[in-house]
Design a protein around this ligand. Sequence first.
Ligand SMILES: NC(=O)c1ccc[n+]([C@@H]2O[C@H](COP(=O)([O-])OP(=O)(O)OC[C@H]3O[C@@H](n4cnc5c(N)ncnc54)[C@H](OP(=O)(O)O)[C@@H]3O)[C@@H](O)[C@H]2O)c1
Length: 323
Amino acid sequence: MKAIILRNYGGPEELRVEDVTVGAPGAGEVRLRQTVIGINFHDAYVRSGLYKTLALPGIPGVEAAGIVEAVGEGVAGFKQGDRVAYVTGAYGAYASHRLIAAAKLIRLPDTIDDRTAGAMMVKGLTVQMLLTKLRPLQRGETCLIHAAAGGVGQMLTQWAHHLGATVIGTVGNDAKAGLARANGCGHVIVYTRENFAARVTEITGGKGVHMVFDSVGADTFEGSLAVLASQGVLVNFGQSAGPIPPFAPARLAAKSNALWRPILFHYIEDAGERQRMADALFAAVAGGIVKVEIGAEFPLEGAGEAHRAMEARATTGSTILKV
Ligand SMILES: NC(=O)c1ccc[n+]([C@@H]2O[C@H](COP(=O)([O-])OP(=O)(O)OC[C@H]3O[C@@H](n4cnc5c(N)ncnc54)[C@H](OP(=O)(O)O)[C@@H]3O)[C@@H](O)[C@H]2O)c1
């Protein structure tokens, strides 16, 4: 049994594989043999020490798919051999095997293979949260999605397009622009060489957009605010380029705008709600509304390499570790 143990906050080189022993599951727990682990930008914040949410030494990672190997006392509803996935703020996903509370598990339908499940749970549930739990995006509206060729970005673009919204996407280079277009962006802006705020203003004839989905943070926040229509909503849900400096809420009054800062973990705490969101995601994938692009795959030992590629903006779609 192997796991990536983070002993010090720092660069990708701090993600080293070690031999571990995972014992029998306790009451209410199962032991999983994991097959596919999802890499998320969140993992980089944890590794670098920007978030101090993982106690060191610790095993990072918030999602995986796998097979139930053993069940502890009192576990109802899961048995040995069941295919499952999970998302957890308690970490521990970068491992070949693990113990986890059965209450956290999401049963996988036959329509979703392990690779897809491991690549999409965090990102797909995040898209559900962004599109249905805040201010639902409406048919005929226009939204701006930053990093549209990324993991969340691709799935969000596809789903927003399916809902009948016009999607303007930003991307870091021309290859990503092609992907963003293929996923349903009506307009694509290469924001590393174009002023995205000026382009969005031009595209919308000065009206601005109803919603901005901004996971880039430091580099885009001001432009995102500037392109909101009257009563438009800015959803900042990440900080891939760094945290946003302190902000005066009174600035939102200029156009009666709203700012959300949601975190997925809060929206999936309730087991029933988590299952409803997962079912909607499975249906969207089975129905072809969302296609999960796995842009890169690494072995467990390659977790550091995966982080390096992700932070260098060299990945598109989802990145996975295959155990
Ligand atoms: N709030 C939540 O609950 C929640 C849940 C899931 C994800 N998130 C956030 O959503 C975002 C996307 O997550 P993901 O895992 O799917 O990652 P990702 O979008 O695949 O990767 C991040 C992308 O951000 C863009 N970016 C812009 N400036 C960057 C910089 N200075 N350094 C690195 N990347 C930069 C890059 O795309 P371009 O080259 O095209 O610019 C890069 O590919 C992350 O910020 C993550 O924290 C939040």
